[in-house]
Design a binder for this molecule. Sequence first.
Ligand SMILES: Cc1cc2nc3c(=O)[nH]c(=O)nc-3n(C[C@H](O)[C@H](O)[C@H](O)COP(=O)(O)OP(=O)(O)OC[C@H]3O[C@@H](n4cnc5c(N)ncnc54)[C@H](O)[C@@H]3O)c2cc1C
Length: 453
Amino acid sequence: MIASTNCDVLVVGGGVAGIAAAIAAGRQGAKTILLENKPTIGGVAATGYCLHNYISRFGKQVVFGIPQEIVDRLIELGGAVGHVPYTGFVKAVTPVDGELFRYVVTEMLDEADVQTIVGVLVVGVEMEGNRIACLKVAAKQGILTFCARNYVDASGDGDVSVLAGAKFCKGDLKTGKTQPVSMVLRCYATDNFKIAEELGAVEPAMAKRRDYPDLIPVYFNGTFSKWNDYVLEHKIFPNQDHKVFCNTVWPNHLNVNTSAVTGIDATSSFDISKATVALTKQVHKISEFLKNFVPGFERAYFAPAAGAQVRETRRITGLYEITEQDILEGKKYGDAIGKICFPVDIHDPDTGQAHFHDIGGDGTFDIPFRALVPQGLANVVVAGRCISATQYAHGATRNMAPCMVTGQAAGTAASMATQQNRSIPEINVKELQEVLLNNGVYLEGSYQKSQAS
Ligand SMILES: Cc1cc2nc3c(=O)[nH]c(=O)nc-3n(C[C@H](O)[C@H](O)[C@H](O)COP(=O)(O)OP(=O)(O)OC[C@H]3O[C@@H](n4cnc5c(N)ncnc54)[C@H](O)[C@@H]3O)c2cc1C
């Protein structure tokens, strides 16, 4: 029989949220283990995307802390070019190199003394009342037992909370439909100047690298409208004026985000496998189209992501659910643990096409701590895309900067609960805010308000 592994804080999910949570918990002195199902950490960020978003539509930076530290370390290595002004649907973009992202966060987890275990899947829980006593984890050796004082559910799908009996919503409340899954197409040997000219809806975001003499285009979005006839006739995309999002930190490499498969429940291994097959074929067709028709891709070669990438599954029902109204008002809360400034970003569940909706007020809204605390559970805190929000609000909370913000708060809260021998809902939120502020998190406005209340 294999003995159980014990720790203070067990983080499940090695995407951006889990990474930030584990780093935060480890730095607070908690014995922390990070479990990840895939062979490597990083999730979608490790395939190379912009970390949306640090700067509000009025030009104010509101995301700092661990998310900013990652960008600073990437800049040092040439894996990021900072927050770059853009005149499209956001005021600034933060492109990063996926592989260097993976390297930087691996280093940060190591420095925080986090034990990272990859290739393992959490498949069960042992409960003691409303507390998780242990997790059952499928590993190479068989089913292992991991026991912790507190758990961070950063699985994206809310697996841990759901196994522990938490309530949740999935997709649209009536139809259950979720946003499509996609597969980023990483393109090498591209001429990004030409491509930006052909596809860009507005001026591309331009940035300077230390090792390159000129400004380079690092972000642009647009459509394939010029090729509508061919695209529709040859079924490259299902709709005309199909949208495309491109980012990079290099002059001759580009991440192209334009594929979509709809009607998938990504909590089903059957569905996600079906989507991976469909997307593998779809992105091959897209790469042939780009190479033959779109100037700048003539010499390109392609490396699609390894599998289907998931935008939306479950949202765990928390002590508070972030709503559409909160976003329209740019709401502030006394128990804020961070701010969101990326617009609501919904890829239509039927057509796959992306639509953006601005945040009201000052262009930011607060994430209340209560949205990270699942109803009815004493030692679980959620982070990332499965936090408590309506489907509309999830369109904003699911993006990477918000996921890292909730991750840092969740990891800090789990380590505080462990040190103070309290349940997660009982921790003192003002104390949590103090610790977050001391660790570089931006809470201006909301925090002052909470002090006064
Ligand atoms: C195609 C696509 C493009 C996107 N583009 C952008 C963009 O440009 N900018 C942006 O900011 N955001 C973008 N997003 C959104 C954003 O990338 C994700 O919502 C965000 O990365 C989610 O982070 P997370 O850590 O919450 O979850 P995930 O990245 O989903 O990480 C969860 C991790 O948990 C692991 N896991 C799940 N269940 C278990 C289990 N039972 N046991 C062990 N491990 C488990 C998974 O393997 C996974 O690695 C995009 C998303 C997609 C799909």
